[in-house]
Design a protein around this ligand. Structure first.
Ligand code: NDP
Ligand code: OXD
Length: 309
């Protein structure tokens, strides 16, 4: 039985090396060189082309190459009976914490203003934004959001968070459920989105929700582009209601060359690099999940289909 690697973004050679180090006997195949489709018991995937998983009759595990699984659920032919597992990896979480801290602290320490002073060779002192005006709200307090919230508390910032179910994280004010969203937004000078993309979170940050933020708030999205209504964000920034945004993810990736985000002075953007899966650290859970499904056990970090993440 074989494991099929399907991704245009991840390195099949590095993954092969990392998996074989743990299981030298693994029959590892890289799509589109599938061989006999009946051999494939597990698929390790990032944005698999629609329909290919349905063509694997003995598939027992769909393992995401990332923390998110929306790239799998967008396949209308996804075989419903095969368990889907996502990656939960300490190195991925560490990178995400680092990235969001960078964005939050850049805003708090007014790095954009200093960059523009530097362009004009202007020696000008600005104090950091007061902590009381740099209140951070984290949407999503899961593996990544909770780690981010803790790290930001460690910097002495005022942090609150929003999740589906209530949370107790030291130093973090917790809001949950639909009723908790507006109170969270209202106290978020810096809003960080770390939610999974589901039918409930798509389009969440629209004109109405952005208007619930304090005047001049800053938006950081390191989750999925679909969570933000891009035209509404641009309108809020152009109107001065939102002061700017730091974006790693976009509705269309790669972002089209004529998109306004590229040249907007109030927007900092990166090409979906906030957290990049490292085969060497993530391979162990792939092999463990393969062994688990072979024993008839559910994989670790199995996605809850009803919740959508
Ligand atoms: P988790 O599943 O661990 O956490 C998800 C969090 O979102 C949980 O706190 C959950 O609440 C909350 N949530 C889900 N739906 C809702 C809702 N409808 N209302 C309120 N809260 C909700 O995911 P991770 O932390 O591991 O990852 C989060 C996302 O980050 C991924 O799905 C992916 O899209 C993105 N990501 C982006 C990367 C990048 O490079 N840009 C890299 C890695 C991840 P509860 O705790 O109550 O279940
Ligand atoms: C992920 C990502 O979901 O990189 O892991 O976006």
């Amino acid at each position: 039985m074989a494991l099929l690697f399907v991704s245009d973004d991840d390195d099949p050679v590095a993954w092969g090396r990392a998996l074989w180090r743990l299981d030298p006997a693994l029959d590892y195949r890289v799509w589109p060189e599938v061989g006999a489709t009946g051999d494939i018991e597990a698929a390790l995937v990032w944005r698999p082309p629609a329909g290919i998983l349905a063509g694997l009759p003995n598939l027992a595990l769909i393992q995401s190459l990332g923390a998110g699984i929306d790239h799998i659920f967008s396949d209308p032919d996804l075989p419903a009976s095969v368990p889907v597992a996502r990656l939960v990896d300490a190195e991925l979480t560490r990178q995400m914490v680092e990235y969001v801290a960078l964005a939050v602290l850049s805003r708090h320490r007014r790095i954009d203003a200093f960059r523009s002073f530097q362009r004009d060779a202007e020696w000008r002192v600005l104090r950091p934004v007061p902590v009381a005006e740099s209140r951070v709200g984290v949407l999503g307090l899961g593996q990544i959001g909770a780690a981010v919230a803790r790290a930001l508390v460690g910097f002495g910032l005022e942090v609150s968070g929003w999740s589906r179910t209530g949370k107790h994280i030291a130093g973090v004010e917790s809001f949950h459920g639909p009723k908790g969203l507006v109170p969270l937004l209202a106290r978020s000078d810096i809003l960080v989105c770390l939610l999974p993309l589901t039918p409930r979170t798509g389009g969440l940050l629209d004109a109405r929700r952005l208007a619930a933020l304090p005047p001049g708030a800053y938006v950081i999205n390191a989750a999925r582009g679909e969570m933000v209504v891009e035209e509404d964000l641009l309108a809020a920034i152009d109107a001065g209601a939102v002061s700017g945004a730091w974006l790693d993810v976009f509705r269309t990736e790669p972002l089209p060359a004529d998109h306004r985000f590229w040249s907007h002075p109030a927007i900092t953007m990166t090409p979906h690099v906030a957290g990049l899966t490292v085969p060497e650290t993530a391979a162990a859970q792939v092999i463990e999940n393969l062994e688990r499904v072979r024993r008839g056990e559910p994989p670790r970090n199995r996605v809850d289909l009803a919740a959508g993440y």
